[in-house]
Write a protein that binds this ligand. Sequence first.
Ligand SMILES: Cc1ncc(COP(=O)(O)O)c(C=O)c1O
Length: 377
Amino acid sequence: MTNLLPNYGRLPFALVKGENTTLTDDVGNDYLDFTSGIGVMNMGYSFEDGKNAVKAQLDVLSHMSNLYQNPLQEEVAEKLSYGGTYKAFFCNSGTEANEAAIKLVRLIKPGKKILAMNNGFHGRTFGAMSATMQEKIQAGFAPLVPDFTSCDYNDVTSLDKAVKTGNIAAIMVECIQGEGGVLPMTQEFADALKTYQSQGILLVVDEVQTGIGRTGTLFAFEQFGLQPDIFTAAKALGNGIPTGAMLTLDKYAEIFSAGKHGSTFGGNPLAMAQANAVLSNLTEEFLTEVRQKSNIFLTELSKSLSNKASVKKIQGIGLMIGIVLADETKLSEDLSKLREQGLLALSAGHDVIRLLPPLVMSEQQLSAGIKILEEVL
Ligand SMILES: Cc1ncc(COP(=O)(O)O)c(C=O)c1O
């Protein structure tokens, strides 16, 4: 008997404890975590700087609304600003960050459309869902928000066609389609986006899953030579404390004038204390280490899995990796076998095992995870 709605396909056990990069269930089994709570716990479960900052803030002031100055928001915004290039709005989740982005696009370029990618994912609220060009996500919710259109990801011909026919205000895109199957953007596609941006179409990059060091840089767009007009973050920004952010180039900041948008909890002192600690830890040195670990991880993983008939290919950037299965009907069985062997992993799309280990995971633990994958697949 449950009093919860059945909108999640939940596994039949609870996780009751997290320590470093290990999770423990309600009957005492330990799991190596290759999920990070779906890309949230990048700093792991024993992130002392964050815990100390949140506990200290809880003792002083846990909430005050956005009617007052908020020095903690200023600090976090500064850390996300790329040296003052971007200004921030804070909210509580990824979908809200994308709602803010969509609303800002509407104000900057009224009466035009937003072009989103087939197979992308931007969230479950109406605007973000309308940008999520997946039948299974949108089914049953019509009428959706109008003036969204779509093209195929990584298909420049499809992009060109959509832009030509579309009266397009903005292109909304992920640098790696996360939920869609851990599919990285090609440099050719990124360059085409850059060209359209130079012609006045806004570039909106959803970094909700790829951001906060996940791919080895603070945000993934850096690796494609992109400078978005707007980008969004959430998930790992709060390392377990719900928070989200929408960042926009300084020149558009004034358009979000007082009263245009808001959130009671957005940029709440507890969330900002945590985000500040997260971003303070994402030093160049830390990110370099993530890239090094990722290189070793990908090399080892390829060595262990590339000869397997069950594996079609391995794709991803940094510590956001997808193992594409040869037989998609094996996906949930494989995930359950991995769990039995003590490894938690995720699905993505219809045929991908998605690996999102905490960025603080040791090389030894990453290797231990690969060993389990090698045994099961
Ligand atoms: C790329 C991307 N955008 C947006 C979202 C929605 O974020 P949230 O679940 O915090 O609303 C997700 C969630 O998985 C995501 O991966």
